[in-house]
Design a protein around this ligand. Structure first.
Ligand SMILES: [Zn+2]
Length: 79
């Protein structure tokens, strides 16, 4: 395997399979940013769902706005 191989994150299952990636929900109304628990989402929706499919399902904990943006971030590097 090559270290150059890009990691393609398409589904929630992919995120779980590649530690170092986290999912956050961003509220466009109040700009609240909330980390999402990927394991819980997978348990609920299955590993084949794509993060963007979750966006309309989001509800902001802070302002109760429905719908948001899903942000995938990379945290650090494997030491
Ligand atoms: Zn909000």
């Amino acid at each position: 395997m090559s270290p150059q191989t890009p990691i393609v994150i398409r589904t929630l299952g992919d995120i779980l399979a590649h530690p170092g990636h986290t999912l956050s929900a961003h509220c466009p109304a109040c700009r609240h940013l909330e980390p999402l628990d990927v394991r819980r989402l997978v348990a609920r929706y299955g590993g084949d769902i794509e993060p963007r499919e979750l966006a309309p399902l989001l509800r902001c904990r802070q302002c109760d706005h429905k719908g948001g943006e899903i942000i995938i971030s990379t945290v650090g590097r494997s030491a």
